[in-house]
Design a protein around this ligand. Sequence first.
Ligand code: SF4
Length: 726
Amino acid sequence: MNTRRLLGLDILKEKYRYANDPQFGHMSAQKIPDRWVKTTCGYCSVGCGMLIGVKDGQAVSVRGDEEHPVNAGKLCPKGLSEHYTLRADGRLRQPLLRKNGKLEPVSWPEALEALVTNFRAVQAKHGREALGVISTGQLLTEEFYALGKLVQLGFRTRNYCGNTTLCMAAAAAGYKRSFGSDGPPGAYQDFETADVIFLIGANIADNHPILCQHVERNKAKHLVVVDPRVSKTAMLANTYLPIAPRTDIALLNGMLHVLIREDLIDHAYIAAHTNGFAELAASVAKYTPEFVAQITTLSPQQIVDAALLFGRAERPFLAWTMGVNHSSQGAETVNAICNLSLVRGKVGLSGASPFSITGQCNAMGTREAGFTSSLPGYRKFESAEDRAELAALWNVDVETIPSARGLAYPDIIEAMVKKQVRALWIIATNPLVSFPNQGLLRQAMGELDFLVVQDGYHPTPTTELAHLVLPAAIWGEKEGTYTNSERRVSKANRAVDPPGQARTDFDIFLLIAGRLGVKDSLFPNWTGPKDAFEEWRRVSAGRLCDYSGITYELLDREGAIQWPYREGDPIEVTRLYANGVFQFPDGKAKRIPIEWLPFPEQPNERFPFVLNTGRTVEHWHTRTKTGRVEILEFMSPKAWLEMNPHDAEKLGLRPHDQVDVVSRRGRVREVELRITAIVGPGQVFLPFHYAEFNSNFLTQSAFDPISREPNFKQSAVRVEKSGVQR
Ligand code: SF4
């Protein structure tokens, strides 16, 4: 504090002065811009519309877009402070190349030369698939589309995946198995029209806060929250079901058992639109309320009541997120949810769908266009017809289109340990915080011949390890589209220039393509993201995720639009499968029997607690961005461990004690203890955002065999007072 302020001569009048903005009226004078630029939030998949205020070439404020159908002008704390990420400390301004062990600034030509020469050398020596690529859910759809072509057809490696495998792979795989294709059937409007809403493993109050306003608008709803932790969302529920960790499949099967027993199922729909009902019915015969009660720790009556609530609802809506997906049975849990929805025969009707709430702002875009777990447009690697169609659209030899997907994210890491993948390109993600079992990951990173990290910031734990760091523009500095959880395509626009020599990811991909010699064949006459979008419109035409009628001009004029959207379609809320026709050849959905299994690492005497991990509203993923935003850091500066009062008493621990959390794989030191009945006895909760208290030193290498999503939750741990190790 300066002397004038201390003496009361400076009352910060200038800082707190108000003035009139022509668009928004009375507001802080410092935040009144020269112009407002419409865009979409770059954090989570809710996809809120916003405006960035730009003054003298700098972003000085953001406002929620009152006309946007998703958020009607509201933003959560991350969105409200998003402009600070643009001029935060640590923005990367030029390429860095490791020389004599140190990262040193280099020119773009030198950086591109290093990338292409090293990748080619590794591929020449160890085979094309010795190059791995791990991207993100944070890029624009145009960038994902360009990157997929560059990696699969330019570098000719299939070992390409995204950090979306750490959050949404289970949902994508589950939809493919039940409905024949990825693609969430529902819409946010369903939160408003449903009479019963089941939120399963979905703490939307922290993770997708603006969705709460859709739930709140529905005054007639009965909200059921299924979660082992009394999350902020559970506190909003009419009915809270505190199930034991990872017992959701048992609950869902138990509900299905009751629906069949009480004949609360739609026989005509099941016969006309689904396969496999007899097998499914047989598989849930043993899931009586009494049997399920033993597994879930709910009472038999709670299970019956939940089933009857769902079975008697006119519009029953089931939504889920990471509590379901972060599981070695994630895809199967999604199938169990879809099974329940299908027997009511209302999939795709207003207020009545199984609905995955996605994680990142454009996880959907990479699923649709990204060329990782599917070919673009939800085409299948294994379909000769799909490959031929794509080759014709791209005017490339069909043999260049892979007929099977390559390694998924965890399998790329495992291949690094085995020295099969020798070079890695990481784009807009930070595995040195976010990937489970960090000990193994660090060993894998150490085996690489060449590591390239492309990011907006440096240092991060991952950029610090790189041989080459490429400086990328971030949200607010580039143009393109995001698709949110309800398939709504929204425009993101460039408000300010990237710092220094940072380039958009799109430009970087085209520069690399040029240096690789594939620019003209893969990206003919492309100069900007609109060229990619125009091609994507043609490639998606006729597919489930049909963008053919969506144009930049239409998005600018009409706002965000849901796919599928063909030219001339009315702009309205859309849902999938309302006609009962699914994406399998016979048009029928699959009803897949699912067995509940105990989670892989059970607690024991040495490690008696079940560790749950999750988020807090103030932070985003590994805090690369939000850790640099003062207000968010101020609100939530460090991790904490939640423990039930009974357990704390047994261990002689007191509130605010510093504790170490220990698993078979590692130790997180000096976490502040919060003693609270929010977590049940035998469970503890640690947020996963904090590199300094990284929960992934504790988590295990256990992955869903179907989707390859990690089992981030339910690791067995013990808790010790710091400095008093056993
Ligand atoms: S809810 Fe998600 S999309 Fe909306 S402002 Fe917050 S972080 Fe951004």
